[in-house]
Design a protein around this ligand. Sequence first.
Ligand code: DOR
Ligand code: ZN
Ligand code: ZN
Length: 424
Amino acid sequence: MIIKNASVLNEEGVLERKHIVVQDGVISKIQDAAEAVEEAGEIVEAEGKLLIPGLIDMHVHLREPGFEHKETIETGARSAAKGGFTTIACMPNTRPVTDSAEIVQLVKDKAREAGLVKVLPYAAITKNELGRELTDFAALKEAGAIGFTDDGVGVQSAQMMKDAMKLAKELDMPVIAHCEDNSLVEGAPVAEGTFADKHGLKGIPNESEAIHVGRDILLSEATGVHYHVCHVSTEQSVRLIRQAKQIGIKVTAEVCPHHLLLSEEDIPGMDANWKMNPPLRSRRDVEACIEGLLDGTLDIIVTDHAPHSEEEKAKGMQLAPFGIVGFETAFPLLYTAFVAPGKWDLSLLVQRMTADPARVFRLNTGSLTVGAPADLTLIDLNEEKEVDPATFASKGHNTPFTGWKLKGWPVKTWVDGRAVWSEA
Ligand code: DOR
Ligand code: ZN
Ligand code: ZN
């Protein structure tokens, strides 16, 4: 296959017109567009479109096994492909929890059957994510888990976390943490701030996240493990991670589009499509997250794609589950808000969603170079479309971005040279 006349970012972040030749699932040649096109089985005309390495999302919820009414591995993988993602890493808070080799195997089998994007399973740190007993890390690694996390809840005991880090370090595996001290949260549905005050809701304070970040940085220093912080949302967490990196502690971190785009002041009313964990924080926190992403304190962008059914979200702000879907809006949102108006370089956005996650998690994808897997995404930077959840491939329609007019929509996605999504 040849993808002809695509706009490709070079190492300086400048767009160049190239023909990309794909053979046996691998990028075999990158030709200057001035050169004649070789003979090929299939020719894809990409004139005027951006071609980037397939996006990588290291934090997603696919809900299978156990919550197939919210999403299945197949619908989640299709939603990811439609959003331009070619590799996704799924969280273990399924039912049963991914805390045994059998469930890791089941996730891998379902992903292979779906035959869409690459699905990398995380395994739980503690059995049933209850924080009481460690899982069998060696067996889970052997089965194919790529890291350990109790995402959905914080590991409340420092001793448990330290034991987990020691074990993970021995196995050369990362520990990925949802940072939340339950004693500071207790039933609060939104962050502390103007919205909580106005509606008489209990607020989640910033310290509930940052206390775990600080604790775990110290435990990472003590154990030497690679510690990765989930969905950073506070100024305090950014500050702690920045300082830890400066003194050489092996910490990396991620941030979600919604925490870069929305603050608690933007919540329009008691609509649970604006409820996620961590919650939307203050404008100041949003600015700190943006600054952290720009200076590399926050290494990567992830969606925390968290589909829920309409009935569940209809329970209202206090009772509905936390979470919003993310795959199908992530790139257009960030492109439209930051790149199109000239605030960020296109190459920075692409790097934080491709090369950087590949570096942090040692994946053999995320770059557009000869010899790399042909995991590729073609993007239309010009056509403007409204976010319409009715068109989502995901079973989840829970998004606060309905009606937003965006550019930068993925139009075609390939995994190992195979088309897994094509717009119309
Ligand atoms: O918003 C969230 N949704 N945060 C979490 O921690 C869990 C996730 C989910 O599983 O729905
Ligand atoms: Zn989480
Ligand atoms: Zn999550």
